[in-house]
Design a protein around this ligand. Structure first.
Ligand SMILES: Cc1cc2nc3c(=O)[nH]c(=O)nc-3n(C[C@H](O)[C@H](O)[C@H](O)COP(=O)(O)O)c2cc1C
Length: 220
């Protein structure tokens, strides 16, 4: 056994303070929306890095941290990504997605055109490591899918906290991202996330979120 422990402390809240904090956090999170129209205004790389490193504090199976976050601001690479994403999305919207799926997406008003992939100042491409290659040997990772999903949740929350917007985009299949970004074979594209400031007077779909009673089951 090689377990080693260090002291740990957080600023604990109780009573009214705790309730107020949780209410404020809920209010803040309720105002998060996916945005599909971006301003071209640049975001400092240091800010993006801080946000990604916040995401990288996420819990992960056996603390493997099975993720890579690629940040693309280069206009030529963004254009290549847009071209390949639109090829896949054209197929998705013209036969690859069944009618039921298209109907379920109709509230978004989206189609195969993805101009935001060039307009947004940065694209973050999250890669999941299902396994690591150590001296050419495959070592499987534990709960890679769950771990990367949680890290992406942290990422989205951090952008929102900083007053920036993002879109979890999945122009599937996304293998083109591995090729364009020349990623190693053990990394699989997980999400393509344009980030930035919203375009002026941006509109978002009028969605409803589930109520407390539909989401929570208490066993007291
Ligand atoms: C895994 C995942 C994949 C998604 N893929 C897309 C996508 O490819 N294109 C898109 O416009 N939105 C995509 N979305 C965003 C959802 O449409 C959006 O989260 C949902 O409509 C709720 O809206 P909100 O994020 O504003 O609350 C995706 C979201 C998730 C979590």
């Amino acid at each position: 056994m090689n377990a080693k422990f260090i002291p740990y402390q957080i600023s604990e809240l109780r009573g009214k303070e705790l309730l107020k904090k949780s209410e404020e956090h809920l209010k803040k999170m309720e105002s998060r929306r996916s945005v599909r129209e971006f301003s071209a205004e640049a975001i400092p790389m240091e800010v993006i890095e801080n946000i990604i490193m916040s995401a990288s504090t996420a819990p992960s199976g056996a603390n493997i941290q099975p993720w890579t976050f690629c940040v693309v601001t280069n206009p030529e690479i963004k254009s290549q990504i847009r071209i390949e994403a639109e090829k896949e999305e054209y197929e998705n919207y013209h036969g690859r997605m069944p009618q039921e799926w298209l109907d379920d997406l109709s509230y978004l008003g989206t189609d195969w055109h993805k101009p935001f992939l060039e307009i947004a100042p940065a694209l973050i491409i999250v890669f999941k490591h299902s396994y690591e290659l150590i001296n050419g040997q495959k070592k499987n990772n534990y709960y890679a899918n769950e771990s990367v999903g949680i890290a992406c949740g942290f990422l989205m929350e951090a952008f929102h906290e900083c007053g920036l917007v993002a879109l979890t985009h999945t122009p599937s299949p996304m293998n083109f991202l591995s090729k364009i970004l020349d990623r190693p074979i053990n990394e699989k594209p997980y999400l393509l996330i344009p980030i930035g400031y919203p375009a002026k007077e941006v509109l978002v779909p009028d969605i409803k979120r589930k109520k407390k009673e539909e989401v929570i089951v208490c066993y007291e």
